[in-house]
Design a protein around this ligand. Structure first.
Ligand code: SF4
Length: 212
């Protein structure tokens, strides 16, 4: 029988070996992205998915590493618009933020390398999961946070007592003149079909963002 997302994430979050590999993966990825020298000017607007018109998709091992690092500062999603970890235009989960958050930039000069980089990194994440027998899932970020919050069949040690010091502003307007091609970014047919199969036909459109 297939595991619930909570069970899969719980398994991934408990593994020291996966955590070590994910740290190396993100360190290498950050260096790769830095070499492209993309520019971030939107102050977290891209983390407000509904307003920005895109969605973030993540894999099982990213979720495991995220829960491992953020279980004591857990922020349940509120509504379906924005990432709960964006506060005042800043990411409060930078060390553990998913791959898509690191690869996506609204910088028009980043458009030519993002797709290819995303596909390469996604393949690497699949390999990490496979090495550790973690079932592969490719899931929409806010839905995944909600499912983890409900925690079906798994004890993830998430603290419900975290009281954020700051609260996010009601909105952050995207700057004018963005060239947004997010539904075209990194959404191959195979991912779409996989996402659809795993989400009852709710087809994902990949994205992600970067909030410096
Ligand atoms: S960068 Fe990613 S994890 Fe951080 S606030 Fe934005 S969407 Fe959330």
């Amino acid at each position: 029988m297939s595991q619930s997302l909570g069970e899969i994430v719980g398994q991934a979050s408990e593994s020291d070996a996966i955590a070590s590999q994910m740290r190396s993966f993100y360190a290498e990825l950050d260096q790769t992205i830095a070499a492209h020298a993309p520019v971030c000017t939107n102050r977290g607007a891209c983390c407000q998915f509904g307003r920005y018109g895109h969605r973030l998709y993540v894999t099982s091992v990213e979720l495991g590493y995220f829960v491992r690092g953020l279980r004591a500062q857990w922020r349940p999603p509120a509504g379906d618009d924005a990432c709960p970890y964006q506060v005042g235009g800043m990411c409060t989960a930078r060390e553990h933020r998913p791959m898509g958050c690191r690869v996506f930039f609204c910088d028009p000069n980043a458009q030519h390398w993002q797709n290819e980089e995303y596909e390469r990194q996604l393949a690497a994440l699949k390999r990490i999961g496979a090495e550790h027998d973690v079932e592969y899932r490719y899931v929409e970020w806010l839905s995944a946070l909600s499912e983890i919050e409900e925690n079906p069949g798994a004890n993830l040690g998430i603290s419900r007592d975290f009281k954020p010091v700051f609260e996010a502003p009601e909105s952050v307007d995207p700057p004018r003149g963005f060239v947004l091609e997010l539904t075209q970014v990194r959404q191959t047919d195979s991912h779409r079909q996989q996402g659809a199969a795993q989400h009852g036909g709710n087809v994902p459109s990949t994205r992600e963002s970067h909030a410096d």
